[in-house]
Design a protein around this ligand. Structure first.
Ligand code: PNW
Length: 446
């Protein structure tokens, strides 16, 4: 019997939980980074976020009302292993254990992610993702969590969006841990993230569990009349954004990174690619928008430049709305990787939109249009043969949007961050109706 198509929503521990110093949680790189003046817009604090750590039952009730059959959340490494390695914090594991049971009681499949950017600060102090040891620490932590919940949770995502964590956290310095490394240092971070995935996948699989890797993918658009230099720039961007983490896992080799002046990826030891190759039982795709890639100016630091996609609507975040980009991404993966590609899951898709309160209702027509068009884009990809097994809206509740603080609202549920009152938006009702209409015949791409 094939399992039903998963209709879900996604969240991440640091963005919703709050309670950063409760029940033995250790500090993470995001606790530290968010406290730096200027790091988060208007100095917004993640200390409370959606207070999900205390209000999780209310949030599970919302999931139940929404009618999802799956929920993607992340486990906070610093709650489970506060110092990154060493003693396990039972209270931390208990929290996720209760959440898993509450989801299962309502027929909702838990779809956890083990790392959504909240590295224990103690590991950062020991070198973070620039250190190979962080990869083995991650595998040990994955084993601890799997031993506790693997009896009820068969499918695990190891890392969320390593490309964004690498680029924003370690090259631009706009996300935690806030480093601005040169190309070799950035690529070493990438390799250690991949190694972490591979080692954790081995732990999960040895327990009979599935290991998935989720990344942010962004199909490359060129200018109307591309030159050879534009095409070369597009290929370089594609290698970095879309292939750096996928090629090693699916093909066992790194893409050509010579445009970045990197003859090889630093830190790769004999046997590493063997650990990484074939280590995914599914690929999670987080899709928000395509990228317009152009030839760089002479003497620019990177082999590409990013342009602005015009002529389409934009979200409140300023991101262009291009649903066909999701079809292109899913079909493109199938074409590029063929038989080597495991099942696909759209593990995040959604938008930051302006909400208007009308008669106590939160109207968000922009989000409804976004979701409808992107769900249609998934259908189109499935009709063209892409093996897509699930779709997760980012996100359930308006939450802490990293360096943007509470300014970007991606939720199906409005959260008043003063009172923590949750109000389902119009898009919540619309998504509920879509799910209800389609869970009758879940596997038909209709
Ligand atoms: C993802 N970009 O982050 C993350 O997985 C979520 O935690 C986040 O809330 C969500 O998307 C919305 O931003 C991204 O600038 C951060 O391309 C930045 C980008 C993409 C994704």
């Amino acid at each position: 019997m094939s399992s039903p198509f998963l209709w879900g929503v996604a969240s991440a521990a640091f963005q919703v939980e709050g309670a950063l110093a409760e029940d033995g949680r250790g500090p993470s790189v995001w606790d530290t980074f968010a406290a730096r003046p200027g790091a988060v817009r208007d100095g917004h604090s993640p200390a409370v976020a959606c207070d999900h750590y205390h209000r999780w039952q209310q949030d599970v009730d919302l999931l139940d009302r929404l009618g999802v059959n799956a929920y993607r959340f992340s486990v906070a490494w610093p709650r489970v292993v506060p110092q990154g390695t060493g003693p396990v914090n039972k209270a931390g594991l208990d929290f996720y254990d209760r959440l898993v049971d509450a989801l299962l009681e309502r027929g909702i499949t838990p779809f956890p992610t083990l790392f959504h950017w909240d590295l224990p600060q103690a590991l950062e102090d020991a070198g973070g993702w620039s250190s190979r040891d962080t990869a083995s620490a991650f595998a040990d932590y994955a084993a601890v969590v799997a031993d506790r919940m693997g009896d009820r949770v068969p499918r695990w995502i190891t890392l969320n969006e390593p490309v964004v964590h690498m680029a924003y956290g370690h090259a631009f310095g706009t996300h935690a841990p806030g480093h601005a490394l040169e190309v070799p240092g950035v690529l070493a971070v990438a390799h250690h993230l991949l190694l972490a995935h591979g080692l954790a996948a081995a732990e999960l699989r040895s327990r009979g569990l599935e290991a998935l890797l989720t990344n942010n993918l962004s199909p490359v658009r060129g200018p109307q009349d591309p030159t050879g230099a534009d095409l070369a720039a597009g290929a370089a961007y594609d290698a970095l954004h879309n292939r750096l983490f996928t090629d090693p896992v699916l093909l066992g080799s790194y893409p050509d990174l010579s445009a970045f002046g990197a003859a090889e990826v630093p830190g790769v030891r004999e046997g590493d690619l063997g650990v990484i190759a074939g280590s995914a039982d599914g690929i999670g795709v987080n899709y928000y928008n395509p990228s317009l890639v152009l030839a760089p100016e002479e003497g620019a630091g990177l082999p590409f430049a990013l342009g602005e996609i015009t002529g389409v609507p934009t979200t409140a975040f300023g991101w262009p709305v291009v649903p066909e980009g999701l079809t292109d991404t899913l079909v493109g993966l199938s074409e590029r990787y063929g038989e080597a590609l495991p099942p696909l899951y759209v593990t995040e898709n959604g938008c930051s939109c302006e909400d208007t309160v009308v008669d106590g209702r939160v109207a968000d027509p922009g989000r409804i249009a976004y979701l409808e068009s992107h769900i249609a884009a998934v259908d189109a990809a499935r009709a063209r043969g892409a093996d897509v097994r699930g779709y997760f809206v980012w996100t359930l509740t308006d939450n802490f949007e990293w360096a943007e603080g509470y300014h970007q609202r991606f939720g199906l549920v409005h959260v008043d961050h003063e009172t923590q009152v949750r109000t389902p938006k119009d898009s919540f009702a619309r998504y509920r109706d879509i799910i209800a209409a389609r869970t009758g015949a879940p596997d038909s791409p209709a």
